[in-house]
Design a protein around this ligand. Structure first.
Ligand code: ADP
Ligand code: MG
Length: 175
């Protein structure tokens, strides 16, 4: 069995929606055609907020709104951004989405609740897991795990540099 490139999970923390959007915009600078980003986290964790920042980083000027009831919205920037929210889908409906067709040309896909379909995807993806705070942390704090897989793992150093302002130091309290 071939094992893809692996890289350590990167843990960051933001203290506002604006910061999460800035973090996402910084990551978007590294995006290349046919990239896939999977966003997971409870309702209100910040998946759509992340997507809005990512879009801004790609130069999308149109307002990015939640695709919860539309499944898919697409935006034009440096790359085309396909934004999906598959909360209401079951796994067997996913192949019908036509993800591969969507990735034709200069497009990237961001999928909210994307962790459910990770097993169906290829070896290349950026997994972003957003966590709402518990205990003593403020309502606006989010701990965000960023796991680069495959081609994203090959960009590990650039990724770490991009998110450096929000990195959680080793030994710091988890959210
Ligand atoms: P999701 O798409 O995961 O359901 P949204 O992005 O729609 O979540 O909503 C996140 C909500 O939390 C927004 O109202 C946003 O303003 C708020 N928020 C507060 N702090 C943060 C933060 N650090 N990161 C992201 N969103 C935050
Ligand atoms: Mg959302």
């Amino acid at each position: 069995m071939s094992v893809g490139i692996v890289a350590a999970v990167i843990v960051v923390r933001t203290s506002s929606a604006r910061a999460t959007a800035q973090l996402a915009a910084a990551i978007a600078e590294l995006a290349r055609p046919t990239d896939v980003v999977l966003l997971s986290g409870d309702l209100g964790a910040g998946k759509t907020t992340f997507t809005q920042g990512f879009g801004r980083g790609l130069g999308v000027t149109e307002q990015i709104t939640s695709p919860t009831f539309t499944l898919l919205r697409s935006y034009e920037g440096r790359l085309t951004l396909h934004h999906l929210d598959i909360y209401r889908l079951t796994l067997d409906e996913v192949p019908d989405l036509g993800l591969n067709e969507m990735l034709d040309g200069d497009a990237v896909i961001l999928i909210e609740w994307g962790d459910t379909i990770a097993p169906l995807l290829g070896a290349d993806r950026l997994e972003v897991r957003l966590r709402l705070p518990s205990g003593d942390f403020g309502d606006d704090d989010r701990e965000i795990e960023i796991e680069p897989v495959g081609r994203w793992a090959a960009r590990d150093r650039a990724l770490r540099a991009a998110v450096a302002p929000w990195l959680v130091e080793e030994g710091e309290q988890p959210c």
